[in-house]
Design a protein around this ligand. Structure first.
Ligand code: BGC
Length: 852
């Protein structure tokens, strides 16, 4: 009955069927329900171990969220996509599989392949690109890598979770064509190319149906059309209806122990509301997953221990990806810096230069065992004789953040009599116990958690302290009680406590270098009051508030004395996180003023933008160089020093268009009305929209179209490339290949380098009207079709003067459109132009391609 042939897949299928036959209905129903926050129950009677899942995507957190169990923290998914290198994504996946094995995890809750529909999306940093093709290719590499290591994935969030506002309930109205050509496309590509073992159903609804109950998209499209044979797991707390979910094709309801499956599913089958064969089908898929992961006795795992990739150095890989992901969007020749020619030294400026923001907020957070800040990275890389000055310049944090450097805290759990049950080191004051509690602690006996230890200030002054979370709090600093009472946070999102609003509780005058005792005693609400078993709260801190003008003046003074100024600007955890969307794209605090003033006194100013997603850079024409570093992961500073000093070329290209101003972005509405969010722009997100706007005759517009600050695909290296030849061979259409394109390029600069050759496909048509930005009109048979699309890419390296050739297949899908009336793909015959380009805005060489 299954198409698994004779190999190990077939053997596993036989074992799965045998196991299924011996399970009764109650056991099957139990198997589909999380037993706790992260795992499924073991079933001893069939030799099935407990399957453990964990976030994802930039590291493997493990069951516990603690600094006592650190994880390698890779750069943000936006950074990985900026490498345009599926091979590197695969290596990242392999490292994550290694981490998963180390932590007893069988399935990684990643990758996130929702699209950058709007730059306001709170989890923008966690997704790859505005382009479905690039997203699908990077996602394919990542999934192949994780599964090479014998660990499963859940490609997420299927589908349409492109923003966070009202994420549990929002009903996204996405037209059939946009759904197919944009939002489903990465999932489709990954299913076809990487055979993922799992997919995660999103919180939101699409066209009125919650994604955990979406029979048409899950059973119809994902399984039926695409042949996906893995499991569908709910996003955490997303499943709300027993019959709706099982009929809609959801296999696993997470987290436990209270779910819509288990007992509830058993009762529904017994009451005749659900046919038992649906439970069998879901249980079969869960057993298949367990067998693949090596958890079903008597059948081999998909990847044996001997077949796993050889050991990977996580630190080195994190550094390599961070450097490769850096996108140099502007350079007047200042970079790379010549370390031996910096009279006056380097001024390093910015709060994030000292305390780098290495990852985005929410479920993607992990604890690395160390972080290299840009300041430390540069200090280590610059020759001893080069003076290095530092100034804070501007504080981006308008609100308090988790207790950072200088704190040494431990969380101690106690029972109602004050007896210690267990403890865990929590250096940053954030307790995030989801499901799994520290050794010796259980929810029934747990009464209080005290985050206590010392704080050694770096500067003197009135330090600010606060709390985040729901429940009782007693906050004491240096013997002073700053707060003793309850905090009730009203919110719909049960995870909000982890990224909710901070509350300031008071200030205490402290002296630099003199440690004081701090304690935050928390009485969590009883577990029955919460939908999940979790303890989440944080001790918050803010450095003494300084006069903003004084801070700016200090930075200007440091910059004036230096040869080169390196200013690091950043967003904060209150700007980019899971759980909410952004309201603007500005850099928080006075950071824009800071850059403008530093650049005014130091012509050699390089700005490092430390954000996971686009921000407005109003001073971008006033500085010598701009490097987008994303959230660079734990080796941030080391990688930045590599790039700044030229040990490594900045290899990144923009995976998403950077608008000059929010108002220019194609989609700025992420807030639903009456629970509904219409995707009115249809196919026109990202560069597809900019292209269309640049095609419209000026008279039809109120204002001429504003070009983006930086186009899709943009990114400079340290050398130059000449595109010499392009030839197009027809492809094997039956195999889904439209054409194979060969591009020859020559490194015409003075340094070795790497070039990402990008191919864009556009239908030919009538000559362009006078004054239009580029010559591609819409396809004559399909005027709704965006004019250009990324159709392939590949990268080359070459020494100075060296030639390199790259062979890139263009998928047939690039010349197809989703036909809503026929509910199928339609090839659009005609003549197209294939352009090999350095970026969407920098086409180099073109050739015609005849289709059909
Ligand atoms: C997120 C998922 C994540 C899950 C488990 C949810 O809130 O949307 O991406 O995997 O939590 O942490």
């Amino acid at each position: 009955m299954t198409p698994y042939g004779q190999g190990p897949d077939a053997e596993r299928e036989r074992a799965v069927e045998a196991a299924l036959d011996t399970l009764d209905l109650a056991a099957k129903a139990r198997l589909l329900a999380g037993q706790d926050m992260w795992s499924l129950p073991a079933l001893g009677e069939i030799g099935l171990g407990s399957l453990v899942m964990s976030d994802g995507p930039i590291g493997v957190r493990g069951r516990r969220w603690t600094a006592d169990d650190p994880s390698v923290a890779l750069p943000s998914p936006t950074a990985l996509a900026a490498t345009w290198d599926p091979g590197l994504a695969r290596r990242a996946g392999r490292l994550l599989a290694q981490e998963a094995h180390r932590k007893g995890v069988h399935v990684l809750l990643a990758p996130t392949v929702n699209l950058h529909r709007s730059p306001l999306g709170g989890r923008h940093f966690e997704a790859y690109s505005e382009d479905p093709y690039l997203t699908g290719e990077i996602g394919t590499g990542y999934v192949l890598g994780v599964q090479d290591g014998g660990v499963g994935v859940t490609v997420k969030h299927f589908v349409g979770n492109d923003a966070e506002t009202e994420r549990f309930t929002v009903d996204n109205r996405i037209g059939a064509r946009a759904l197919r050509e944009l939002y489903l496309a990465p999932f489709e590509a990954i299913v076809a190319q990487a055979r993922p073992w799992g997919v995660m159903a999103a919180y939101n609804a699409v066209d009125g149906v919650p994604m955990t109950e979406h029979d048409a998209l899950v059973n119809g499209v994902l399984r039926g059309e695409w042949g996906f044979d893995g499991v569908v797991v709910s996003d955490w707390l997303a499943a709300r209806s027993t019959t709706g979910a099982i009929r809609g094709g959801l296999d696993i309801a997470m987290p436990g122990p209270r779910t819509v499956y288990g007992e509830a599913l058993l009762a529904a089958v017994r009451a005749g509301e659900v046919p038992e064969h649906l439970v069998d089908a879901a249980a079969r898929r869960v057993l298949r997953l367990a067998a693949r992961a090596g958890l079903l006795a008597g059948t081999p795992a998909a990847v044996s221990v001997a077949e796993r990739p050889p050991g990977i150095d996580g630190e080195a890989l994190a550094r390599e990806i961070a450097a490769r992901a850096c996108v140099l969007v502007r350079n007047d020749g200042l970079l790379p810096l010549a370390a031996d020619a910096l009279p006056g030294g380097v001024a390093v400026i910015g709060a994030a230069a000292r305390d780098a923001r290495i990852l985005g907020g929410g479920s993607a957070q992990v604890f690395p065992d160390h972080v290299v800040s840009p300041l430390d990275g540069l200090r280590a890389a610059l020759p001893a004789g080069v003076p290095l000055g530092y100034a804070l310049g501007a504080d981006p944090g308008t609100e308090l953040s988790a207790a950072g450097p200088g704190f040494a805290l431990t969380a101690v759990a106690r029972d109602a009599e004050g007896r210690e049950l267990g403890a865990e080191r929590m250096p940053d004051g954030q307790v995030q116990w989801l499901g799994e509690l520290p050794e010796g602690v259980d929810y029934d006996r747990l009464h209080t958690v005290e985050s206590a230890g010392t704080f050694t200030p770096r500067v003197s002054g009135a330090h600010r302290f606060g709390t985040r979370g729901t429940g009782g709090f007693r906050l004491t600093v240096a013997g002073r009680v700053l707060f003793d009472g309850r905090q009730q946070d009203e919110h719909d999102d049960p995870f909000e406590a982890f990224f909710g609003r901070p509350t300031e509780r008071g200030t205490v005058e402290l002296t630099a270098g003199e440690p004081v005792v701090v304690s935050l005693l928390h009485t969590p609400p009883k577990a029955v009051e919460l939908p999940i078993q979790a303890v989440g709260f944080a001790l918050l801190h803010g450095e003494p508030e300084r006069d903003e003008e004084e801070l700016l003046d200090e930075a200007v003074a440091v910059a004036r004395a230096a040869h080169t100024a390196v200013v690091v600007v950043a967003t904060t955890e209150r700007v980019e996180s899971e759980g909410f969307d952004r309201t603007d794209l500005r850099l928080p605090g006075r950071q824009d003023d800071l850059v403008a003033r530093v650049a005014a006194v130091c012509p050699r100013t390089v700005v490092i933008v430390n954000s996971g997603a686009p921000v407005e850079l109003p001073w971008r024409e006033q500085v010598a160089a701009i490097l987008l570093a994303w959230f660079p992961g734990q080796e941030a500073g080391a990688a930045l020093a590599d790039v700044l000093l030229g040990a490594v070329e900045p290899g990144g290209r923009l995976p998403t268009t950077w608008p000059a101003r929010l108002a220019d972005a194609p989609v700025t509405r992420v807030r639903p009305t009456g629970g509904v969010l219409p995707y009115d722009e249809g196919l026109f997100i990202g560069y597809r929209s900019w292209d269309r706007r640049s095609q419209e005759p000026a008279s039809a517009q109120l204002a001429p179209p504003a070009p983006p600050a930086y186009a899709f695909g943009h990114g400079l290296g340290y050398t130059e490339w000449t595109y010499e030849e392009l030839s197009v061979e027809p492809g094997d259409m039956e195999a889904g290949v439209l054409a194979t394109v060969r591009v020859t390029v020559r490194n015409s600069g003075a340094r070795a380098g790497r070039e990402v050759v990008q191919l864009y496909l556009a239908p030919d048509g009538e000559a362009p009207a006078e004054g239009l930005e580029h010559p591609h009109p819409a396809h004559p048979a399909d005027p709704e079709r965006p004019v250009r699309r990324l159709a392939g890419f590949g990268s080359v390296t070459a020494p100075p003067g060296g030639r390199a050739e790259v062979l890139v297949p263009i998928p047939r899908r690039a010349a197809e459109a989703w036909d809503e009336a026929a509910a199928g793909w339609r090839l659009l015959p005609g003549t197209y132009t294939v352009t090999a380009a350095h970026s969407l805005a920098d086409p180099r060489i073109a050739a015609p391609l005849r289709v059909g």
